[in-house]
Write a protein that binds this ligand. Structure first.
Ligand SMILES: Cc1cc2nc3c(=O)[nH]c(=O)nc-3n(C[C@H](O)[C@H](O)[C@H](O)COP(=O)(O)O)c2cc1C
Length: 363
């Protein structure tokens, strides 16, 4: 599988997490929240780690690095004790991989003291990162859990323990009502498009933190298109990972990721993707710093409006009753009531609501 992905054009792999425990996965192990077109809005999994014998996984990684020396091969590992973290990290290094990712973040481990149990405990993040750092020379990249209020203290713990970078995010603890395992269910990890804004928020929190300037970030969570990847890069990620979208659409999505990004770079006259890393960070300010004196009003395009009335219904029942919809079956904006919230703009199914230039608020 990994060789096929690399042949298809992927730059590298963060390989399925390797551990020393007996894993025994359940069936079924996935559930999805679907959109009308049956694509996944979000995806819930109950999977843990690789079920392969440890030696087999490291042998696969060894052969991948031998056969694809220019590709980046990262071993993801998870221990339960200091000794296990060190043993796995050393095996990874001996296999010749480029870096080791520390899985501090799987939220559905059967055994205590593993996965997100570690990522939710700053002392354990420090200890295990430091133990691994002392044991190997290759870069060490802890992978963080989003099942915390703030990622900063955990990222700082990893950073000060010598981590070379951070991967984020792993899956978000969630409940969906499908995927019974013999009539029983668990809380488990959510991924896919739905989690992207949450992943971006954690990336912003870390990349924008002045105590960790230049922190290397590997962004993951809901990426399926080149534009998704760009969002992570503009917020400070040096590279990105994709999981759920590959499970849905296959390795071929790399074509869109590469072509789209190349076209975008050409359109901006930028030759190095690295030049875009973090360029959106200055846009983010505190709520107290936003302009609260001006408005951008919606403008209806009569040529393309199909008179469906959805803007009217949304504004009437969920907005400011600032759209009328009479016998002409056309929406009309009531300027004195419109607050410029853009609910109608977002609801319109035909893109027939445009935006005015920013003007001072009416008194
Ligand atoms: C089926 C499945 C298995 C996963 N297994 C692992 C794993 O072994 N190690 C790990 O660090 N993350 C694992 N993850 C988490 C993903 O690597 C990723 O962090 C998360 O799904 C968010 O990215 P995405 O929206 O692109 O899937 C898994 C996710 C899924 C859906």
């Amino acid at each position: 599988m990994v060789a096929s992905a690399l042949e298809a054009g992927w730059a590298g792999v963060f390989y399925k997490t390797i551990c020393l425990q007996d894993i025994q996965e359940v069936s079924p192990r996935f559930d999805a929240v679907k959109r009308a077109d049956s694509s996944f809005a979000g995806f819930r999994n109950m999977e843990q780690l690789s079920e392969n014998p440890v030696e087999m996984d490291f042998d696969i990684l060894r052969r991948l690095k031998q056969n694809y020396p220019s590709k980046i091969i990262v071993a993801s590992i998870m221990g339960q004790t200091e000794e296990q973290w060190i043993e796995l990290a050393k095996m990874a290094e001996e296999a010749g991989v480029d870096a080791v990712e520390l899985n501090f973040s799987c939220p559905q481990m059967r055994l205590a003291g593993m996965g997100s149990d570690v990522g939710q405990n700053p002392e354990l993040v420090t200890f295990y990162t430091a133990y691994v750092k002392r044991s190997v020379r290759i870069p060490v990249i802890p992978k963080m859990t989003p099942n915390v209020a703030s990622m900063t203290q955990f990222a700082l713990s990893a950073h000060f323990a010598g981590a070379d970078g951070i991967s984020a995010i792993n899956t978000i603890k969630s409940v969906t009502m499908g995927a019974d395992v013999n009539g029983k269910r668990i809380v488990s990890g959510y991924s896919g498009s739905a989690v992207k804004p949450i992943a971006l928020r954690f990336i912003l929190e870390m990349a924008g933190n002045p105590i960790m300037p230049g922190l290397q970030l590997s962004g993951i969570g809901g990426i399926s298109t080149w534009h998704d990847a760009l969002d992570f890069i503009q917020l400070g990620c040096q590279n990105v990972q994709v999981c759920t979208a590959v499970m849905q659409y296959g390795y071929r999505i790399i074509d869109d990721l590469i072509d789209g990004m190349q076209n975008y770079l050409a359109s901006r006259g930028v030759s190095r993707l690295g030049d875009l890393v973090g360029e959106a960070l200055p846009l983010f300010v505190r709520a107290s710093e936003l302009d609260r004196t001006t408005v951008v009003y919606p403008v209806i395009n009569r040529e393309t409006c199909i008179g469906c009335g959805r803007c009217y219904v949304s504004c009437r029942d969920g907005g400011h009753q600032a759209i009328t919809f009479g016998e002409d079956r056309q929406p009309h904006i009531v300027g004195s009531k419109c607050v410029g919230c853009h609910l109608c703009y977002l609801i319109c199914p035909t893109g027939s609501i445009g935006l005015s230039k920013r003007v001072p608020k009416r008194k």
